[in-house]
Write a protein that binds this ligand. Structure first.
Ligand SMILES: *[C@@H]1O[C@H](CO)[C@@H](O)[C@H](O)[C@H]1NC(C)=O
Ligand SMILES: *[C@@H]1O[C@H](CO)[C@@H](O)[C@H](O)[C@H]1NC(C)=O
Ligand SMILES: *[C@@H]1O[C@H](CO)[C@@H](O)[C@H](O)[C@H]1NC(C)=O
Ligand SMILES: *[C@@H]1O[C@H](CO)[C@@H](O)[C@H](O)[C@H]1NC(C)=O
Ligand SMILES: *[C@@H]1O[C@H](CO)[C@@H](O)[C@H](O)[C@H]1NC(C)=O
Ligand SMILES: *[C@@H]1O[C@H](CO)[C@@H](O)[C@H](O)[C@H]1NC(C)=O
Ligand SMILES: *[C@@H]1O[C@H](CO)[C@@H](O)[C@H](O)[C@H]1NC(C)=O
Ligand SMILES: *[C@@H]1O[C@H](CO)[C@@H](O)[C@H](O)[C@H]1NC(C)=O
Length: 285
């Protein structure tokens, strides 16, 4: 009796170890450091992979384990009201009327973009506007592993003509392209290449708030960062200097900084148990 259960567990663990190489996953830890509740949305570039969406209260975090080669975007929705079926509305970033996102969010929204691989490409884009301060922090990666994103909250400094209001209150900052739809602001027509599409007085305002972010379609290539062998922290409402030094200490993610990001405990038990059982099985056979 006892040994048959052990055998079943061994078989399951061997199947897991053989079929699912967990070390291929990249952990994206999504942190809400804002004073308000947010509803992150995740969509994959490869539309055969399903999207995601969930609530994050202030101070909460969750791990999104992205499979090998995953590419996609992560953004935050604000002012949402979902019923128990996950139907509802949001003031910014809504992906239709559902909690789980299968399509990109409505502008204005700050967006973190990833293409995972041997070398991972990542950036924060404000091309569709700004709704929340957003940073992407690599954890102990190799290469050019800068912290992408924002230092300040642009909602407080948005030009009136770009201000997006919800219930009469400023809730986000629209991009000039989104408001004026001109060739110059949208980098289209005669402005549709990196030589003619220049920073504008509006994109410069976004660049000041978020120096390591895309402020317009052909923003300088330094906004895309490459870094390898790393996990990431995607943090809402943390200045870049606050997430600069995130690292794993005894399987816990620790981030230095005045804001004090919450510590996140990882569960290594499955790995430890499967390692022990597999080595035992090998010794027995
Ligand atoms: C893990 O990566 C290896 C080599 O990169 C690959 O052969 C394998 O299929 C990957 N496994 C999964 C589950 O993605
Ligand atoms: C899992 O993938 C990692 C990196 O892709 C590789 O180094 C490791 O050997 C793989 N493990 C197995 C059991 O395939
Ligand atoms: C990544 O997340 C998975 C599942 O949440 C966890 O088992 C694994 O230990 C994490 N990896 C690291 C390096 O923390
Ligand atoms: C999308 O994902 C599926 C399943 O992982 C894979 O078979 C397919 O090749 C991917 N397509 C692209 C364009 O990456
Ligand atoms: C609400 O959710 C249910 C279950 O997912 C779905 O059948 C229904 O059509 C949704 N209603 C609206 C108004 O979206
Ligand atoms: C940006 O420039 C346009 C025209 O070039 C002008 O109408 C607008 O007031 C300027 N806005 C700001 C915030 O400087
Ligand atoms: C946090 O900062 C202190 C002092 O600057 C440093 O000694 C420590 O190693 C840092 N911790 C992490 C996790 O980076
Ligand atoms: C981060 O920068 C802000 C202003 O740019 C500063 O007030 C704050 O003290 C800095 N925090 C850390 C942890 O360096």
């Amino acid at each position: 009796m006892h040994s048959s259960i052990t055998h079943i567990i061994i078989i399951i663990l061997i199947a897991l170890a053989a079929g699912v190489n967990l070390s291929n996953c990249t952990n994206l830890t999504i942190v809400n450091n804002c004073h308000e509740t947010i509803w992150p949305g995740i969509t994959a570039t490869n539309t055969t992979l399903t999207g995601s969406g969930f609530i994050l209260k202030p101070g909460e975090s969750t791990i999104f384990s992205a499979p090998n080669g995953w590419g996609g975007r992560i953004w935050g929705r604000t002012g949402c009201d979902f019923d128990k079926n996950g139907n509802g509305t949001c003031q910014t970033g809504a992906c239709g009327t559902t909690l789980t996102c299968t399509s990109p969010g409505d502008p204005p929204a700050s967006i973190a973009e990833f293409t995972l691989g041997d070398t991972t490409f990542y950036d924060v884009s404000l091309v569709d506007g700004f709704n929340l301060p957003l940073t992407v922090t690599p954890i102990q990666g190799k290469g050019d592993c800068k912290v992408a994103g924002c230092d300040t909250d642009l909602r407080a400094n948005c030009p009136p003509e770009l201000t997006f209001r919800s219930d009469g209150k400023p809730s986000a900052c629209r991009s000039a392209c989104n408001v004026f739809d001109s060739d110059e602001y949208c980098c289209k027509g005669m402005y549709s290449n990196p030589v003619t599409c220049m920073p504008t007085n509006y994109s410069k305002i976004f660049k000041t708030a978020c120096p390591v972010a895309y402020s317009y379609a052909y923003d300088d290539p330094t906004s895309i960062i490459t870094c390898s062998t790393t996990d990431f922290v995607v943090s809402f409402c943390s200045p870049r200097n606050q997430t600069e030094q995130c690292s794993y200490h005894e399987n816990k993610l620790v981030c230095n900084g005045s804001g004090g990001l919450t510590q996140i405990t990882y569960v290594w038990a499955v790995f430890a148990i499967s390692f022990l059982i597999i080595t035992q099985t090998r010794i027995i056979s």
